[in-house]
Design a protein around this ligand. Structure first.
Ligand code: AMP
Length: 349
């Protein structure tokens, strides 16, 4: 049964969603008091948080102070925390940061080669999608039947946003997203890394403002910008199959950049035991698996001859491949719930 609700703001929407847990066809609990804790994916923890934390006034103030680093996300995360407090009262709330997994990166990987003042101002590579990369690396190790502490893994989160992480012995040593989620790979509607000189050129020659550049690079670039059609890989791939040259170029650039950055991550790892693909494109596109992996055959990486999507996680490498290749369905909510449990009840985790 579908129900259409008239919602005017986020707190009201969250309150309505909470109610669906104890009422109507989606009821899963008999009473809201059964909820022990609420976990939030908070996008930016800056240099403050390397681990999940229980939310208190100080944590909220810190998330607030980081809004300039994540203007599109941190305000929404704070609203979510406030809305839960309104709906569920003093229940423990846990902030799990999307940047935290990357905080282990060596300084050489995290530092941008600008003036030293940037180091002091916190202008550095933070990395994002950390909850997903961490979950996927752990799951890949489990599928390989190996201890993550012995593995060099490359995790590829390819969705509307795209990023790679180099996970060495369970610890992130490099990633493609940076100070903002705009860095690195080409994405659905984000450009990924481009020559910063292009921005200076557009400002000088065409009078672009910061807001215009923001829109151009975040919303009008990537698959959408180059194909001129869509940020959705399925639609662009279909257009390519029908002979659309712009769609072909968009996919060729996407693949070229993906391979190039994968190569960079492999050098940061200093070896490769496994590659894991996740998120919308990474979980569903045999064309992307094939094309992304092709240049790494020289490492002994070989995919199965028949590749098919599966609802279950799967190993798509050939039996004799020197590198395992896993397709993992990312489960950020599950990872956040586990983080809540290990923080609030360490003996049960
Ligand atoms: P996400 O951000 O993880 O939800 O991923 C969203 C993206 O996944 C969409 O924009 C699509 O481009 C992509 N996607 C979903 N299903 C498929 C599929 N079957 N084949 C290729 N790409 C897909």
């Amino acid at each position: 049964m579908q129900q259409v609700l008239k919602i005017t703001d986020k707190p009201e929407g969250i309150a309505a969603m909470v109610e669906t847990m104890v009422q109507g066809p989606t009821q899963v609990l008999s009473d809201l008091s059964e909820i022990a804790a609420v976990g939030h994916r908070v996008v930016h923890g800056g240099r403050h948080y390397q681990q999940p934390v229980v939310v208190d006034d100080e944590v909220k103030a810190t998330i607030q102070s980081l809004i300039p680093l994540a203007p599109a996300h941190n305000p929404a995360n704070l609203q979510g925390i406030e809305a839960i407090a309104q709906s569920l009262g003093t229940i423990p709330q846990v902030a799990v940061f999307d940047t935290a997994f990357h905080s282990s990166m060596p300084e050489a990987a995290a530092t941008y080669p600008g003036p030293y003042a940037w180091v002091e101002q916190g202008i550095r590579r933070y990395g994002f999608h950390g909850i997903s990369h961490q979950y996927v690396a752990q799951r890949a190790a489990a599928l390989m039947g190996r201890d993550i502490a012995s593995l060099k893994l490359l995790t590829c989160h390819l969705g509307n946003g795209c990023s790679l992480a180099a996970v060495k012995h369970g610890v992130c040593v490099d990633t493609t997203m940076g100070f903002t989620p705009l860095d690195g790979l080409m994405m659905g509607s984000r450009s990924g890394s481009v020559d910063p000189g292009i921005l200076i050129y557009l400002m000088r020659q065409e009078g672009y403002s910061a807001d215009q550049l923001d829109t151009l690079l975040n919303k009008e670039s990537g698959l959408k910008g180059l194909s001129g059609q869509s940020n959705d890989m399925r639609a662009v791939a279909e257009a390519m199959e029908q002979g659309d040259a712009q769609a072909r170029l968009a996919i060729e650039v996407f693949i070229h950049r993906l391979r190039r950055e994968m190569g960079g991550m492999i050098s940061s790892l200093g070896g490769l035991d496994g590659v894991a693909f996740t998120a919308g494109v990474g979980e569903n596109s045999p064309m992307v698996w094939q094309q992304a992996c092709e240049p790494f055959e020289f490492l002994g990486l070989r995919l199965k001859d028949e590749l098919d999507r599966d609802k279950a996680d799967q190993d798509i490498a050939a039996a004799d491949s020197a590198v395992r290749v896993l397709v993992v369905h990312t489960q950020e909510e599950w990872a956040i719930a586990q983080a809540c449990l290990s923080l609030l009840q360490p003996n049960h985790a």
